[in-house]
Design a protein around this ligand. Structure first.
Ligand code: FAD
Length: 474
C-alpha cells in the first residue's frame, strides 16, 4: 500500500478553481494527504465565471451535502429555449434536481472551498507552478511563491486543474489541438427595468444573438455576440454596446442598467489528447475548453474531479486490484465525455451564429426537430444536463454497469445521502448480502451497506462513490 512515505504530500492539486477544489476536498475527506497550490493570493476571486449548474452536477454536490445550500443561492430554471423556438422541458429530467440552477460560479467555489478546508486540505496560495518531472514513484514540482522564492514539493500523484493555460499540460509536453470558435462575445451582469418574458432565451437573426439569465437576487447575466462587431478581447466594451446588441437580437434591452461587471472574451475549442501521463493527470479546463453555449465548462470539470478522486483514493489506499487499469479508466471514461461536450457546445454556437441560407435552414430544422421529437429532446437534455451520460461497463460486466445510479429510496435513506460517506454503496435485498466481485476496487470493511425499501427487489447493486453503477448481481 502507498502511504505518504517520503513524499511531502500524497497528492498535489494545482489550481483552486471549481475542479481543483472538489477534487482536493474529496481526497482529504477520504483521509488522503493533499496539498492544493494556487497562484492567486488568498481572497482574490477566480475570474472565469460560470452561472449555470446542471442537474448531474447538483447530484454530485448532493452526494457531498452541498446541493440544498447551493440551490438556495440561485434560481432554478425549468426550461431552456434554443434558437428562439425549441423549448427543452427540464422538469422531465429524472432527477431530484430537474432544472438548471442559475447561480454565480463563486457560490459553487465558496461551498467547495469551505468543504476542502474542513476536510483538512493544505492550501498554498500565492504559489505558482513552474515545471514538474516524474519517475516511477514520485512527482517533483517546482514552484515560486509570491516573492519569487523557489519551492520544491514531491507527491505520489499530481493533478493539473490549472485552467485553460495549464502549466501542467505544457510541462507534460501535451498539445492542446483546436482553434477559436467564437470571438468578441460580450457579457455583463446588470439590473433590468422589465423582467424578460423567457427566463432563459436565445434568439437571433444570425447577425446577432443574446441571452439573459436571472441570478435570482435581482441581477441578470446578459451575454451576446454581433457579426458586425468582431474586435480583439482588449477592445473596451460598455453597457451601450450590450444594450444595442440585445435590442437587435431580442427586440428589447429590457431597460438594463447598473452593470457590475462587463467583459469581452473569445472562446476556443480544444482538448488534450491524453488526460493521464504516468502519475500526472489533467482535469477541467486544463483538459478541455469549448464555447460557453450549453453552460458545460465548469460542470464538465466538476464531473472530471468526481470521477478521478475516488480512483486516486482507491489506489493510494491499496484497495485497487489493478491500479494501472483503474487510473487509465479516468482517460477512457472522461475523454469521450469531453469530446462530446466539444461537439454539442460547438454545434449550439455554430447554429446560433448561422447566417447563410443553408445554415439558417439547418438551425430551423434542428429547432423544429427538437420541438416535435420527444426522444431527441430527451436525449439532448440528458447530454446537456449530464443525467444521460454513461460510461462503458468495466471489463467482464454488462449493463447497467457504467450507468448513472438514480437516487433510489433505501431503508437507510436516499442513495445520494449514503454516498456522502465518499465510499462505495452496496444495495442488497434484506438478509441476502451478495459476494462482491473480486475486481471491485474497494475493501469490504469500507463499504456502506444498504437495503432496498421495496422487498420485491431481488438484485444487488454496487454503486461507485461518484454515483455510477459498478456491478449488479444479474
Ligand atoms: C463568461 C464565461 C461564462 C461561462 N459560463 C459557464 C456556465 O454557465 N457553465 C459552465 O459550466 N461553465 C461556464 N464557463 C466555464 C467555466 O468558468 C470554466 O470551465 C471553469 O472555471 C473551469 O474550472 P477549472 O477549475 O477547471 O479552471 P479555472 O476556474 O480556470 O481555475 C484554474 C485555477 O488554476 C490557477 N492556476 C493557473 N495556473 C497556475 C499555476 N501555474 N500555478 C498555480 N495555480 C495556477 C488559476 O489561478 C485558477 O484559480 C464560463 C466561462 C466564462 C469565461
Amino acid at each position: 500500500m502507498s502511504t505518504k512515505g517520503t513524499t511531502d504530500t500524497q497528492v498535489l492539486v494545482i489550481g483552486s478553481g471549481p475542479t481543483g477544489l472538489l477534487l482536493a476536498g474529496d481526497l482529504a475527506a477520504a483521509g488522503i494527504d493533499v496539498t492544493l497550490v494556487e497562484r492567486r493570493p488568498h481572497g482574490l476571486a477566480n475570474m472565469t465565471r460560470a452561472f449555470g449548474v446542471h442537474a448531474r452536477t447538483l447530484e454530485q454536490l448532493d452526494a457531498r451535502d452541498l446541493a440544498d445550500e447551493l440551490v438556495a443561492t440561485g434560481t432554478p430554471l425549468g426550461s431552456a429555449r434554443l434558437f428562439g423556438r425549441a423549448d427543452l422541458d427540464l422538469t422531465r429530467l429524472p432527477s431530484r434536481f430537474n432544472h438548471l440552477l442559475v447561480t454565480p460560479q463563486y457560490e459553487v467555489e465558496r461551498l467547495l472551498e469551505r468543504r476542502a478546508v474542513t476536510a483538512g486540505v493544505t492550501f498554498r496560495y500565492g504559489t505558482e507552478l513552474r515545471t514538474l518531472s516524474q519517475d516511477a514513484d514520485t512527482v517533483t514540482a517546482e514552484f515560486t511563491d509570491a516573492d519569487g522564492t523557489p519551492l520544491t514539493l514531491t507527491a505520489r500523484h499530481l493533478v493539473g486543474a490549472d485552467g485553460v493555460r495549464s502549466t501542467v499540460r505544457s510541462a507534460l509536453g501535451l498539445p492542446f489541438p483546436g482553434g477559436s470558435v467564437i470571438r468578441s462575445i460580450v457579457l455583463a451582469d446588470v439590473r433590468l427595468a422589465e423582467e424578460p418574458a423567457d427566463s432563459f432565451s436565445v434568439n437571433g437573426s444570425g447577425d446577432a444573438f443574446a441571452f439573459i439569465a436571472p441570478f435570482g437576487d435581482g441581477w441578470f447575466r446578459v451575454m451576446g455576440w454581433s457579426r458586425t462587431r468582431q474586435v480583439p478581447d482588449t477592445e473596451p466594451v460598455d453597457l451601450e454596446e450590450i444594450r444595442e446588441l440585445t435590442r437587435r437580437a431580442l427586440g428589447t434591452d429590457l431597460g438594463m442598467h447598473d452593470a457590475r461587471w462587463i467583459s469581452r472574451f473569445h472562446s476556443d475549442e480544444r482538448q488534450a489528447p491524453s488526460y493521464r501521463v504516468g502519475r500526472v493527470f489533467l482535469a477541467g479546463d486544463a483538459a478541455h475548453v469549448h464555447s460557453p453555449a450549453g453552460g458545460q465548462g465548469m460542470n464538465t470539470g466538476l464531473q472530471d474531479a468526481a470521477n478521478l478522486s475516488w480512483k486516486l483514493t482507491a489506489v493510494l489506499r491499496g484497495d485497487a486490484p489493478d491500479p494501472e487499469a483503474l487510473l487509465d479508466s479516468y482517460q477512457s471514461e472522461r475523454h469521450p465525455v469531453g469530446a462530446m461536450v466539444l461537439r454539442t457546445s460547438g454545434a449550439l454556437v455554430r447554429l446560433a451564429m448561422a447566417h447563410t441560407p443553408l445554415t439558417r435552414t439547418l438551425r430551423s430544422l434542428a429547432a423544429r426537430f427538437l420541438s416535435a421529437a420527444r426522444p431527441a429532446a430527451t436525449r439532448a437534455m440528458g447530454m446537456i444536463s449530464g443525467i444521460g451520460i454513461a460510461y462503458a461497463p468495466p471489463a467482464g460486466s454488462a449493463r447497467p454497469a457504467g450507468r448513472r445510479a438514480p437516487d433510489a429510496r433505501l431503508r437507510e435513506g436516499r442513495l445520494y445521502e449514503l454516498l456522502r460517506a465518499g465510499e462505495f454503496v452496496l444495495i442488497a435485498p434484506e438478509g441476502r448480502p451478495p459476494a462482491l466481485p473480486g475486481s471491485a476496487p474497494v475493501s469490504p470493511d469500507r463499504l456502506v451497506r444498504a437495503t432496498w425499501r421495496d422487498p420485491a427487489r431481488r438484485t444487488s447493486v454496487l454503486v461507485r462513490p461518484d454515483g455510477y453503477v459498478h456491478w449488479t448481481s444479474n
